[in-house]
Each structure stands twice: as C-alpha cells, then as structure tokens.
Design a protein around this ligand. Structure first.
Ligand SMILES: Cc1ncc(COP(=O)(O)O)c(C=O)c1O
Length: 402
C-alpha cells in the first residue's frame, strides 16, 4: 500500500555497513561460537561506584522522578564549567554557553536539526564517525568530505589538513557553513595539537564558518599526550562549539550523558530545539553526572590505565601473530592496517573472514567511509586474556593463508 509515498530523509541515509558483520556475529553466537568482540566502542567496564551510589541516593529522594530540564539542571551545567576550568583553565557561562545532552550523539543530531537550512554544506574529514556526517544529512544538509591525513604516530598532518580544507572551501557551492573536527579521532585515533586549533579558529574567522569540535576521547590519552580544547584559543567561542561525553572516561555509555559548550548563538539554538524534543535526562542521572565531573577523578586514571594496558598487550601479541600494528596516542581503539597478505580483500571481506575463521569481530574501515577501506578498527573492550586468545586465533588464520 501507498508505494508512492517516499520518505526522503530515510532514503538519504546509507545502509548501516556494520549490520552485515553484526548479522554474521549474531549467527555465530547463536550457533554457540565464542566470538571475541572488538567491534563497538562500547566500554565493557562498570561505572565507578561513587557515581552509581549518587544515582541511587538521588533516585530515592522525593521530587527527582518528574520531568527534568532539557538544557540540564543548573548544578550539572556548573559542574561542566568547573571541569573546563580545572582541566583547561577556561571560563564558561553556565547560563548561556553550556547545554547538557543525552550524549554527544544527541548533541550532534539536535544541533544539526536546529541550525542546518536545506542544502547547507558541512565539511567533515574522512574517514569519520558516522554521526559526524549523518546528523547533517538527516537535517537536510550536504556533506563535503575531505581526506584526513596523518603520520605513523597518528599525528595530524596540519599543513595538508589546511590545504585540503581551503581547497574544499574553494570548490564548494554554496560555501560551507560548518566544519566538524574530532581529535582524538574516531576511528583513526589521530590527535591534534593546540597549534592546529589556532589555525582553525583563524581560518574560521576569515572564511566565516562555525567549528563543531568533538573531544569524546579527551581523557583517553597515553604517553603524556594531552588533548587540547578549542577554547584554549582566544576568541574561539566566537566561532566554535565543543562536545564531550561521559560515555568513555567514566564508563557511562548507557547512561546517555554528555554536553555541548561554547558559542552562545549555537548553544541557544540547541537549547531551543531540545526544549521541543525532550524534558531532559532523568534527574538522578544528571545529579550522578555532576558527581562524575566534580568528584574524585582517580576513576578516570584507572579507566585510562585499563585501555593503555590492553593496547600494549594487543600490539605485542598481534605482532607475535604476524600482524604488526602501530601504537595510538589516544582513544580506546587500534586503527589497524590489514595484514600484508590480506590487503586485497579490503576491510569488509577481511572482517567477515576474521569472524568466520578466527571468531574475532572488528569494525571494517569502510563503515567509516571509503578512506578507511584498508583498515579495520579494533575497540579495546575485551580483557587481556581474550586479547591473547584473539591473537592465537588470528595467528592460525593468517598461517592458513600462507
Ligand atoms: C567521536 C565520538 N563522538 C561521539 C560519540 C558518541 O558518544 P555518546 O555516547 O556521548 O553519544 C562517540 C561514540 O563512540 C564517538 O566515538
């Protein structure tokens, strides 16, 4: 019935590439196979106890079960400001420059809905975390992709970035209004330095575009690397917003808490659209999130140490299995170039073979854009024993092909 009805928004959305690998994974699990699952950036650790305790305490109180406020309760917005002050020495106004969101994903989707006019162009470096492009497609915009280039230490090549960005601006009609950046980057783990943001803010003022910066992995950094915030650059608030999430640094992915801060005009737009879509997160979640950001931060160090240890183990045992990978400076991922003998397969077929022949699930790089097709993304969400088992399985699989 009604075959003539078209759902334009849905038709513009691509099929979910990870679905194919997921279907094989589920079928293998149903058949009783023990799949070692590195596929999703979904933390396996438990939320720190003091945060859970605060949630329970708040849930047991009177007057915490009703509708909350969609921009976030004042105390949470204040804790977000304190987080920025403590970590970066940056002052934010909790009334006009901060909005709490149901994770960064929601921040992207609703910001795009609020500010994109049909046909507006948004520049996104690729490969990219899917919502960085799809949020704008859902909102009726268009995405201009530009390649993200980096060295063997997964450091951004700044000069090439700005050359490519300028080229994208020169070639795009209409001129892009927004540029999305995400460092440490998902999926490539690429990091950027403060000098990058200096140049980006200067270019935004000159070329007249807004910057949306995603620092989801800000706290998951290794070997002394520290994630900069765009607001360390003077006047960045004139042209930028930044989003962060509690999902990764506090093992709170399922809680759905994050925030967006910065430019007053964009924050006001996000607040306004959210006030029409939601009544805010459950108040006890917001209270617990306040404690997460404001309380003892040793839990963050512990979570970082878990990923660091897993990463070292993985690099070590995978090398032993015949697959040498390069070390990231940040994130919870290893961005792994396909082993030499398997490069012809490309990422989707290789991921399927890893599942079927080694019982190991990963994300094929093609799911993040064509630029990712020589890679797979390994999320460090299995413990070290499981990582070692994965390496043994992979060693056998790689040997078979020789
Ligand atoms: C770069 C990046 N941004 C945002 C998100 C979404 O985080 P949230 O759980 O806050 O929606 C993710 C999740 O994997 C991510 O990798």
């Amino acid at each position: 019935m009604f075959d003539e009805f078209r759902f334009n928004t849905i038709e513009r959305l691509p099929n979910y590439i990870f679905a194919e690998v997921n279907a094989i994974k589920m079928a293998a699990r149903r058949a009783g196979e023990d799949i070692i699952d590195f596929s999703m950036g979904n933390p396996d650790g438990k939320t720190p106890q003091h945060i859970i305790n605060k949630l329970c305490e708040s849930a047991n109180k009177e007057k915490t079960s009703g509708y909350s406020t969609s921009m976030g309760i004042y105390k949470l917005r204040l804790a977000i400001c304190t987080w920025y002050k403590r970590k970066y020495g940056i002052y934010l106004d909790p009334e006009n420059e901060v909005v709490a969101t149901m994770g960064s994903k929601e921040a992207f989707v609703n910001l795009a809905r609020a500010v994109i006019n049909p046909g507006d162009v948004v520049v996104v470096p690729t490969p990219s975390y899917p919502i960085h492009t799809q949020a704008f497609i859902i909102a009726g915009g268009n995405v201009a992709k530009m390649p993200l280039l980096y060295n063997d230490a997964f450091e951004l090549d700044e000069n090439i970035f700005f050359e490519n960005l300028q080229k994208t601006f020169n070639e795009s009609i209409p001129r892009p209004k927004f540029v999305v950046v995400n460092f440490p980057h998902n999926p490539t783990t690429v990091t950027a330095n403060k000098s990058f943001y200096e140049r980006l803010v200067a270019m935004a003022k000159k070329e007249r575009f807004y910057i949306i910066s995603d620092i989801a992995y800000a706290e998951l950094t290794f070997d002394g690397y520290k994630t900069p915030s765009i607001f360390q650059i003077e006047d960045a608030k004139e042209v930028a917003v930044e989003t962060y999430t509690l999902s990764k640094s506090y093992n709170m992915a399922g809680w759905r808490v994050g925030f967006m801060v910065g430019n007053k005009k964009l924050i006001a737009a996000l607040k306004k659209i959210k006030s029409w879509f939601d009544y805010g997160m459950y108040t006890p979640i917001q209270v617990a999130a306040t404690i997460a950001l404001d309380g003892d931060q040793s839990c963050v160090d512990e979570i970082r140490a878990v990923y660091d240890k897993r990463m070292h183990t993985l690099l070590d045992v995978f090398e032993n299995a015949g697959w040498k990978l390069l070390k990231p400076r940040a994130s919870m991922f290893v961005w792994a170039k396909l082993p030499e003998g398997k490069r012809h397969l490309k990422s989707l077929e290789f991921s399927k073979q890893l599942l079927q022949k080694a019982n190991v699930a990963v994300s094929p790089g093609i799911g993040f854009g064509e630029a990712g097709d020589e890679y797979i993304r390994i999320a460090l969400i299995e413990n070290e024993n499981r990582i070692r088992q994965a390496a043994r399985n992979i060693k056998k699989y790689l040997k078979e092909g020789e």
